[in-house]
Design a binder for this molecule. Structure first.
Ligand SMILES: [Fe+2]
Ligand SMILES: [Fe+2]
Length: 477
């Protein structure tokens, strides 16, 4: 029995590492495609630089070909997939995805027998005018003419179908994890109210699931944080802050155990609010001095609640105590002398401020557009917030985060799906056509797309989804 369990664990670990290795090789191949495409515009076909970069790529693909009949990459919604594995790529490589998208390429398949010369010829074709692929029999005719016989391209639409199932699975998983986290926080708050010992240990496992999910695919869980809910706001706030913390930890390449602690810090930061009367927490108007004093006690109360919880890192308590202790005058609890916030508390502060600013809280009549919230964070960096973390946060979320609604200069409305290398030009799903009618078909475009040397679409402003009566949930789950 025990052995069987061990075997299973061993197997799981093995497949985890095997998967990571595969993702790494796929990423390497893609980086090498980028390198060869850079070199092809600089050097002639027989230049040693070009030959070397083509050789490197061929070797990587040959290694991937072992045990496979072909090596297939898919480009879906601004993301790179190797078979059905999502391959995280650095910002700088997204430009390559744009190049493929501009040629209506949704998939590249390499077959055994591939030569370095074919690879450099393929790169050469890719560096030419995108319209070339659409003309005279498409890429197949051009490939045949140039004797490229071991590379096959798929159009965007064909591959969308093939990988859509895998993608949807990811979103479903994220939604489930989000709901679990929400329930765990709710359960905990209730048990504290009932004076039962809260099952804080559960927090660790919830955070673990979040960390794994974010590591797998950062976008889908982060996308869910933009769905601000009136009814369950208090709980959703904690879950959202936690997801933002986990994502920033991942973005900053922290170790996995550290990211988990950071996630728990985010989830528990406001737990002290359970001691503040409900009417005060949810009061729509301005608080009286006395009420404000009660609210300001939540960091201390939170730290006390968390102080002797077995199995929970002490940093979770520290972050609960310090998360409002940022450098600006409104920070609390007040301390004598120099203020020293733990880096984790600094991260929680930023995630907390951003989440609260963009929330559809009872205090605000409308949700603040994310770009305004970003501007406030940027304006306060160095004063209230650690400037390095703010910079990383902005780079991670983008100026227009996933899930925000944009008014485009064409009159269309777009929902942000992915960031690109230009933070002002994300990929969007067009929700309404020029005349304001809702589109049924998926129309995903990148704001990087150009026509005649000019951008086809640019951001003209952001839209409050509540005011526009658009149900975002429909698109994101
Ligand atoms: Fe707080
Ligand atoms: Fe908070």
């Amino acid at each position: 029995m025990v052995d069987e369990k061990k075997d299973k664990e061993g197997e799981a670990r093995h497949s985890f590492f095997a998967k990571q290795l595969l993702i790494d090789s796929a990423r390497t191949a893609f980086q090498q495609i980028a390198a060869i495409m850079r070199n092809v515009s600089l050097y002639p076909e027989d230049h040693p630089f070009l030959i070397t970069s083509a050789d490197k790529l061929r070797k990587t693909i040959e290694a991937l070909l072992l045990g496979r009949k072909d090596v297939a990459f898919y480009l879906v919604g601004g993301e790179l997939f190797f078979e059905t594995l999502s391959v995280p790529i650095e910002q700088s490589l997204t430009v390559l995805l744009e190049q493929f998208a501009a040629r209506d390429i949704g998939g590249i398949i390499f077959q055994p027998g591939l030569t370095s010369l074919e690879l450099s010829r393929f790169a050469g074709l890719m560096s030419k005018d995108p319209s070339l692929f659409g003309s005279a029999g498409g890429h197949a005719a051009i490939f045949a003419k140039q004797e490229i016989t071991h590379i096959e391209l798929h159009r965007v639409l064909l591959t969308e179908k093939k990988v859509a199932g895998a993608l949807r699975g990811g979103v479903e998983k994220s939604t489930e994890i989000y709901q679990d986290a929400l329930n765990a926080v709710k359960e905990m708050v209730q048990s504290i109210h009932l004076d039962k010992t809260a099952n804080l240990r559960k927090i660790n496992s919830i955070v673990q699931a979040m960390v794994d999910n974010v590591l797998d695919n950062r976008d889908s869980l982060v996308g869910l944080t933009s769905l601000k809910m009136y009814d369950e706001y208090t709980y959703a706030h904690s879950v959202n802050v936690s997801i933002l913390c986990v994502s920033l930890g991942t973005f900053l390449s922290f170790d996995k155990p550290q990211i988990s602690i950071l996630g728990a810090c985010g989830l528990m930061h406001d737990i002290g609010k359970v001691t503040v009367p409900h009417e005060v927490i949810n009061k729509p108007g301005k608080l009286t001095d006395d009420e404000w004093e009660q609210v300001k006690r939540h960091p201390v109360e939170g730290a006390l609640l968390l102080s002797d919880t077995p199995g929970l890192s002490k940093l979770v308590m520290v972050a609960a105590y310090e998360h409002h202790q940022h450098g600006d005058v409104r920070g609390y609890p007040k301390v004598e002398g120099e203020l020293k916030q733990h880096p984790f508390s600094q991260i929680v502060s930023i995630a907390d401020a951003y989440e609260a600013l963009t929330a559809a809280r009872v205090y605000y009549s409308a949700q603040m557009p994310p770009d305004n919230a970003m501007r406030i964070l940027i304006a306060k960096r160095g004063v209230a917030f650690n400037p390095v973390f703010v910079k990383a946060f902005v780079n991670m979320i983008g100026i227009f985060p996933i899930g925000s609604l944009l008014k485009l200069d064409t009159g269309e409305i777009g929902l942000v799906l992915h960031q690109t290398q230009d933070l002002m030009r994300p990929r969007v799903l067009l929700l309404t056509a020029f005349d304001g009618s809702e589109l049924n078909a998926d129309a995903e475009v990148s704001l990087l797309e150009t026509a005649g040397g000019r951008y086809k679409r640019s951001v003209a402003g952001t839209i409050d989804p509540n005011a526009a009566k658009i149900n975002l949930k429909k698109y994101m789950t």
